[in-house]
Design a protein around this ligand. Structure first.
Ligand SMILES: Nc1ncnc2c1ncn2[C@@H]1O[C@H](COP(=O)(O)OP(=O)(O)OP(=O)(O)O)[C@@H](O)[C@H]1O
Length: 582
């Protein structure tokens, strides 16, 4: 947890001022029982109204000054805790953004979201508690013990007998419940995962009529969390009755023995009341200390989870910060005996990949599901690094490029079309910040999206809802293709990104791409043989290996895997004669 103290260091002033004022408030609080005792012993006993009023006024003053101190402390605690939370959240967000897909896969998006929200909230609470209570509670507990001792040593023996019992109860209950708090955070992660899956897959769940089983899955996870929380709650519920019972027995003993001393004239009534007040202050302070232990235990689990993310280095880093010179006489993309395995996977997803792609070529990548098509194209912008072998872009190893230079060359349209909430123009300008409206329109036309965008009442300024809820799957795909085109990349990769388009639109898109992207290297990943049939080169993948490279006619005659794919989609005559949907 203390690895995060550098964040607290930025709020040194608040971390010093806050506890200092809280300490002053606690000192004033310790005087209250003594003043009360004097009011009773002198003012009430002697029927001295002016004295009662004077001391009452003094109590009021103590209260007002105490309140002022508490407010200053509260303000410092809020500034520091909110500040630390904000900086930490921003740093964590920045860090997550620097991660390659490998790290995101490792943590899981649901866990990253919980760390960014719930865990940072826990740390904020801990910072506020640190400033408000870490000095005050122990000081009040110890101070009240000392004050009680100054009133009467014999009565303090009762206090000495009750205190260890209270501490024992606190220790036992906390010792049993604290481990459960860590378990609860893990269970919360699971709820977050299920909620996310449910909300993102709401349509699929309905389509498969899986609402009931999904409800049951959620209910089970939430019951599981509730069971643990109730178990902890039961334990914690014992805390107050047990500690108050012990303390009340102590108070009864104090009144019993103290009463005798009052009769004997050794103690005054006011002193007995002050003594009982101090006992109550001690109890309350100890309960606060116990709660602090809980808060800090939760926070230390959260701190470990936040730290884990902050300390994780992205496996993809730019070694070189200065732009490297492309070698235009080399193939644009060259895979040289590339092998790739996902973290923790037993088998490589790609192996022995050796292929050259020339500048301006249109290349189709085809293969059964899970053949490794997406994995192959994800290596090009360095979403993942090759495990073995080399990958060159323009004759330079991808690892030697500054990431920004490499990714500027590439426009990747992912399989799952993703748009952000905002206008269509804003979404498209992700490809190029300063693109003019004309450039956006040009890209929309090539992507076959111009007609539907202009049919919208606000055209380019039409608002896209979160996740693109208000556009169809095919419209979303066309917008993401247009977005990639706006940046005029040297290499355009369409990762099965026309799968939601009807055959006619798909054919029109390919035709427009051929016409409008002259000089651009285009990689089309598809399961449809018709979509890649006219590519200059087709790469056939089978179970992570290259099963064939060539043009359609060669592959149809010589590559069994390709032939099988074609024949599963068309008759032999159609496939051979090229009567695919265009
Ligand atoms: N993030 C990941 N972590 C672990 N394994 C993965 C990951 N992504 C893909 N794989 C595995 O790698 C293999 C290749 O997957 P890939 O997505 O590249 O196939 P694909 O040919 O694009 O399939 P599809 O056409 O169904 O999209 C599969 O066995 C898959 O299970």
């Amino acid at each position: 947890m203390w690895k995060l103290k550098q964040y607290l260091g930025r709020y040194k002033k608040q971390v010093i001022i806050g506890p200092l004022f809280k300490f002053t408030e606690a000192v004033l609080e310790l005087f209250v029982p003594l003043v009360m005792a004097r009011i009773i012993d002198i003012g009430v006993a002697g029927r001295d109204l002016p004295y009662v009023l004077k001391m009452g006024g003094f109590l009021l003053l103590l209260g007002v000054v105490g309140l002022g101190c508490a407010l200053i402390c509260q303000y410092s605690a809020s500034v520091a805790s909110q500040g630390v939370g904000t900086i930490l959240r921003n740093d964590l967000y920045r860090k997550i953004n620097s991660f390659s897909h490998a790290e995101i896969d490792r943590f899981g998006t649901h866990s990253l979201v919980t760390r960014l929200t719930n865990d940072i909230n826990q740390l904020q609470v801990a910072v506020a508690m640190l400033i408000r209570l870490v000095v005050r509670a122990p000081f009040l507990a110890i101070g009240a013990v000392v004050m009680a001792f100054t009133i009467d040593l014999k009565l303090s023996l009762i206090l000495l007998a009750t205190l260890p019992l209270i501490v024992l109860v606190l220790w036992l209950i906390m010792g049993k419940s604290v481990p459960f708090f860590k378990v609860m955070q893990k269970k919360l992660d699971r709820i977050s995962l299920i909620t996310r899956e449910n909300l993102e897959g709401a349509r699929v769940i309905r389509a498969f009529s899986k609402q009931e089983s999904e409800k049951a899955r959620f209910a089970q996870a939430s019951d599981d969390l509730a069971d643990t929380a109730v178990g902890v709650g039961r334990l914690s519920a014992l805390l107050n009755p047990l500690t108050y019972t012990i303390m009340n027995i102590g108070i009864v003993a104090v009144l019993w023995f103290g009463g005798g001393q009052v009769s004997g004239g050794d103690l005054t009534q006011g002193e007995i009341i002050a003594f009982v007040n101090y006992m109550t202050q001690i109890l309350l302070a100890l309960v606060v200390v116990a709660n602090l232990v809980v808060t800090f235990t939760k926070a230390s689990a959260s701190a470990a989870r936040v730290n884990e993310v902050l300390e994780t280095k992205s496996s993809i880093i730019s070694i070189n910060q200065t732009a490297v010179e492309a070698k235009t006489n080399m193939p644009q993309i060259s895979f040289q005996n590339v092998e790739f395995s996902y973290q923790g996977a037993e088998e490589p997803s790609l192996q022995g990949i050796t292929v050259d792609i020339e500048r301006g070529e249109t290349v189709g990548i085809i293969g059964g599901t899970g053949a490794g098509k997406s994995t192959l194209v994800h290596l090009i912008p360095r979403f993942y690094d090759v495990t073995e072998g080399k990958l060159f872009i323009d004759g330079v190893d991808v690892k030697d490029y500054p990431l920004s230079q490499l990714r500027k060359k590439i426009g990747l349209v992912p399989q799952k079309a993703a748009v952000v909430s905002g206008t269509i123009a804003e979404n498209l300008r992700w490809g190029k910040e300063d693109a003019s409206d004309e450039e956006l329109i040009e890209a929309l036309k090539t992507a076959q999206a111009y007609d539907f965008v202009t049919a919208l009442p606000d055209g380019l300024e039409s608002y896209i809802e979160q996740g693109g809820k208000n556009v169809s799957g095919g419209q979303k795909q066309r917008l993401t293709i247009a977005r990639a085109l706006v940046g005029k990349p040297e290499v355009l990769i369409l990762d099965d990104s026309a799968s939601a388009l009807d055959f006619a639109t798909d054919a029109a898109l390919r035709k427009a791409l051929r016409k409008d992207t002259a000089g651009m290297t285009v990689l089309i990943v598809s399961q449809r043989a018709g979509s890649i049939r006219h590519a200059d080169k087709i790469i056939v993948l089978d179970d992570g290996e290259v099963a064939g490279i060539g043009c359609h006619d060669d592959l149809f005659d010589n590559c069994a895997v390709y032939r099988e794919i074609c024949l599963s989609q068309f008759s032999a005559e159609e496939a051979k004669g090229g009567a695919f949907h265009e």
